[in-house]
Design a protein around this ligand. Structure first.
Ligand code: PLP
Length: 388
């Protein structure tokens, strides 16, 4: 079927929630994508930060093929081959960094980033009921992005995405990142008997325009949340799995350990899997019957995620991302149009002098580059981590 025929079907039968680009990719290999006419592209988006180990990665492909031929779904009523190993690997990665942790993390597997956030919100509310006399307010950041389901959207600090979908769940308040006084003020408020049970932040805001928190700020946030017995939740859906540099997670680049982490994107090498991970008292909160998922952590995605994590370790992803990310940053900074480069590792945003970001993305596509813009002034780079 031609691209034009495909577009016609899409226009009639698919909800028009995206302004799609006029390209149909049918094949990929490493950092390269190929469209239906065989034209080659360099992919600087990786399915929005998902395909970290590259398209058609042989290890991930083999794992999916073998598992697909064996067993696809049994439900969470049963043990699932490879899932304990995957959770143990995740716990190991979450305990990596300069000051490695020793206590195990516990994982709940989801199907997407927004579901990981929903799970974290439920965990935080129950924690508030159990340990903080019913505290249920969650502080998140202006310009943050946590997903499109209702509670995740309420957590998201972007009113323009919320307006048409009210009423949204209540209990979320927003502060500017890197302003510790604003956070302190919020933490001290009672919110009519529903004080703060958790602070939810992205270490580097992604969809909001690639805005990193400072180390000083996150350290102070950790200290304040401890003083208030509030949970600190880091949304690592986009920043996780070596995206931001030498260590598996952004919080490890900052040297600040949260209580709860939400994950997705880079975990499965391209298949839909996410996770919610907690340690310490937060790991004890969710009990049988509290939360569930038909598909979450099923055999196929578990096999893919095990292979993806093995591949990231085998390719020494941390070292590679630190090197290649520094090079990409340096080259972007040298461009006349670029006034600032923000972000870490291979999650970079280039601020442009003129409002030409969309035009650059369009011109890039014609020249064989898959780029992404946020608004008129920001180009965002999320290439597969295998890029050289
Ligand atoms: N959290 C962050 C930080 C994200 O970047 C995203 C998606 O871009 C989400 C949550 C939502 O993830 P998903 O689109 O998989 O539901």
């Amino acid at each position: 079927m031609s691209l034009e025929q495909q577009q016609a079907l899409d226009a009639t039968y698919v909800m028009q929630t995206y302004k799609r680009k006029p390209v149909e990719f049918v094949r990929g290999e490493g950092m390269r994508l190929y469209d239906d006419a065989g034209t080659e592209y360099l992919d600087f988006l990786s399915g929005i930060g998902v395909v970290s180990v590259g398209h058609a990665n042989p290890r991930v492909t083999a794992a999916i093929q073998q598992q697909a031929a064996k067993l696809l779904q049994v439900s969470n009523y049963f043990s699932i081959e490879g899932r304990g190993e995957l959770a143990e690997k995740l716990s190991g990665l979450l305990n990596a960094g300069e000051n490695p942790g020793t206590e195990p993390w516990r994982v709940f597997f989801t199907n997407s980033g927004t579901e990981s956030i929903e799970g974290a919100i439920k965990l935080a509310h129950k924690y508030g009921i159990r340990h903080l006399e019913g505290a249920s307010t969650i502080i998140t950041a202006h310009r943050s992005f946590h997903g499109r389901t209702l509670a995740a959207l309420a957590a998201t600090g972007q009113p323009s995405k919320q307006e048409l979908f009210k009423p949204l769940p209540s209990g979320f308040v927003h502060v500017d990142i890197n302003d510790i006084h604003a956070l302190k003020t919020m933490l001290n408020q009672g919110f009519g008997g529903k004080a703060v049970c958790a602070v939810l932040l992205e270490c580097v805001q992604g969809e909001g325009g690639v805005y990193p928190c400072t180390e000083e700020y996150l350290r102070a946030v950790r200290q304040l949340t401890e003083e208030h017995n509030a949970l600190l939740i880091f949304d690592e859906v986009q920043t996780g799995f070596y995206r931001t540099g030498a260590y598996p997670f952004a919080f490890q680049q900052y040297g600040v350990v949260p209580d709860v982490v939400t994950l997705a994107k880079g975990l499965g090498g391209g298949v839909p899997i996410g996770a919610l991970a907690a340690h310490g008292i937060a790991a004890e909160v969710l009990e049988p019957g509290d939360h569930g998922s038909t598909f979450g952590g099923g055999p196929l995605v578990v096999a893919a995620a095990n292979a993806t994590l093995d591949e990231l370790v085998a390719m020494d992803a941390g070292k590679h991302v630190a090197e290649v990310g520094a090079y990409l940053r340096e080259r972007l900074e040298s461009l006349e149009q670029v006034t600032e480069v923000r972000g870490r590792g291979l999650m970079l945003g280039a601020e442009l002098r003129d409002p030409i970001a969309e035009a650059v993305v369009e011109a890039g596509l014609e020249a064989g580059l898959v780029l992404n813009n946020i608004g008129h002034h920001i180009l965002r780079f999320l290439p597969p981590l295998v890029c050289t």
